[in-house]
Design a protein around this ligand. Structure first.
Ligand code: AMP
Ligand code: ZN
Length: 460
């Protein structure tokens, strides 16, 4: 029996014990990035938070008993426009952006499919792409039309919201607020203003696919349908956990629920809905117009991925997070201290209960990190931090990486240190000072120990 995990569920607005449908295959879906441009640091939050959820579930239920699907949105208006601007196909554009995204998230210590999937076995981590699931989308759309939950109008297919009596059960918004929130374009072909697009005609030059039956003109999918299609294909009609940022509750997740439940005639799409809070930068909403828009890569140019990951996990995932340089500096100091403690030790076999328990309480990372601060046994610290995807290196490797990141020429450093040693032996203090100054200029600090050896480190 796995220890009891409790999760806050947006669907019930309660924190309740998590009971998987099938403990032999716990199934999680997270809405992933829209790959039209480099991902920003806000996008990194759900990626890191739900990576931690995935790690925790693997720890609790066993590595072979968790399936995680994190999709890639590789067709939408922004993607189409960007590809047209550059005169390339959407596949060419999104392949390029996706590979940058992969590098970004790998550097943040996020597990990747190739880290966890075992050849010949059911994959644990899937990264489905919307454009590879057009057939499944058409099947769902045609099913919805046949069941009277969707209708064809002017080459569009629309979901008929009033046909679903409990539409709105996830976001729990009153109808008039939903109408305003949907920012619906007034379209003559809509029967009700809340009805949303499942399929639409493609304009000339836009990517297009053969449309669902009843529409001759080629078209392209609406946004929400892709997640109903991909989660169904990879996780089934009903699955355990659906995750994403809080901004997705309405309309995206509400509409996913409507599509999946009405097509498959199920009481729920996913049993538990988890949403991460938003990230703002130095107290302000991040936006291109405010000039405080930061990409993941820009942050990684200045800070090691582990520092970024720790800075992100210090705040509970449902709280808003204020992204500050101070927070990064603090995280960096914490890691320095922890690496001093763990040195090059191997992790203990078991994660201590003190660290695990807060994580079982709706991923209370702030409390788990406070427990890590109390541990002084290197092996336990390494194991506990490992569950959070931290302290993945040895102290020596980390020192090596910081030397590389600072672009320091190790041979030159060692030459200067040797020159300084010789100067000191000859009592040539001026030469010894010059060597030290040259090292400082290179960003290197030297420390002489009582036993006569000299060590050096990168100045932060
Ligand atoms: P997008 O690429 O805009 O579809 O967003 C991908 C994921 O990032 C979604 O789960 C969003 O909810 C999430 N997200 C976007 N902006 C932020 C932010 N500022 N803070 C936290 N999560 C965000
Ligand atoms: Zn989605």
């Amino acid at each position: 029996m796995a220890p009891m995990l409790r999760l806050y569920n947006t669907l019930t607005r309660e924190k309740t014990p998590f009971a998987p449908i099938d403990p032999g295959n716990v199934r999680v879906y997270a809405c992933g990035p829209t790959v039209y441009d480099a991902a920003h640091i806000g996008n990194a939050r759900p990626i890191i938070v739900f990576d931690l959820l995935f790690r925790l579930l693997r720890h609790l239920y066993g590595e072979a008993h968790v399936t995680y699907a994190r999709n890639v949105t590789d067709v939408d208006d922004k993607i189409n426009a960007r590809a047209a601007e550059r005169g390339i196909t959407i596949r060419e554009l999104t392949d390029g952006t996706l590979s940058v995204f992969h590098k970004d998230v790998r550097d943040l210590g996020v597990l990747m499919p190739e880290d966890v999937n075992v050849p010949g076995e059911r994959p644990c981590f899937l990264e489905p792409r919307a454009t590879d699931h057009i057939a499944e989308m058409i099947t769902i759309i045609e099913g919805l039309v046949a069941a009277g939950h969707a209708y064809v109008a002017e080459d569009h297919v629309l979901f008929d919201v009033p046909s679903m009596p409990d539409y709105g059960s996830l976001s729990k918004r009153p109808l008039d607020e939903m109408e305003a929130g949907a920012r619906v374009e007034v379209a003559p072909y809509k029967r009700s203003p809340l009805d949303f697009v499942l399929w639409k005609p493609s304009k000339p030059g836009e990517p297009s696919w053969p449309s669902p039956s009843g529409i001759a003109a080629p078209g392209r999918p609406g946004w929400h349908i892709e997640c109903s299609a991909m989660s169904w294909k990879h996780l089934g009609k009903t699955f355990d956990i659906h995750a994403g940022g809080i901004d997705l509750i309405f309309p995206h997740h509400e509409n996913e629920v409507a599509q999946s439940r009405c097509c498959f005639d199920t009481p729920v799409m996913a049993n538990v809905w988890m949403h991460n809070g938003f990230l703002q930068v130095e107290g302000e909403k991040m936006s291109k117009s405010l000039g405080n828009f930061i990409t993941i890569r820009e942050v990684l140019n200045d800070w090691p991925g582990e520092v970024v990951r720790l800075a992100m996990l210090k705040t509970h995932y449902r709280q808003p997070i204020d992204w500050t340089v101070r927070g990064l500096e603090e995280a960096s100091r914490t890691l320095d201290r922890w690496y001093e403690i763990v040195g090059d030790t191997l992790p203990a076999r078991d994660v201590s209960a003190a660290v695990l328990e807060p994580l079982l309480d709706d991923l209370n990372t702030a409390a788990a990190l406070a427990e890590l601060h109390r541990l002084d046994d290197p092996a336990s610290l390494k194991a506990g931090a490992g569950l959070l995807g931290l302290l993945g290196q040895t102290k020596s490797d980390r020192a090596q990486a910081s030397v590389q990141a600072a672009g320091i020429d190790v041979a030159a450093v060692e030459g200067l240190i040797e020159g300084r040693r010789a100067a000191r032996a000859a009592k040539d203090w001026a030469a010894s000072d010059r060597a030290r100054d040259a090292l400082t200029a290179m960003g290197v600090a030297v420390k002489d120990s009582k036993d006569g050896t000299t060590t050096w480190s990168v100045i932060k």
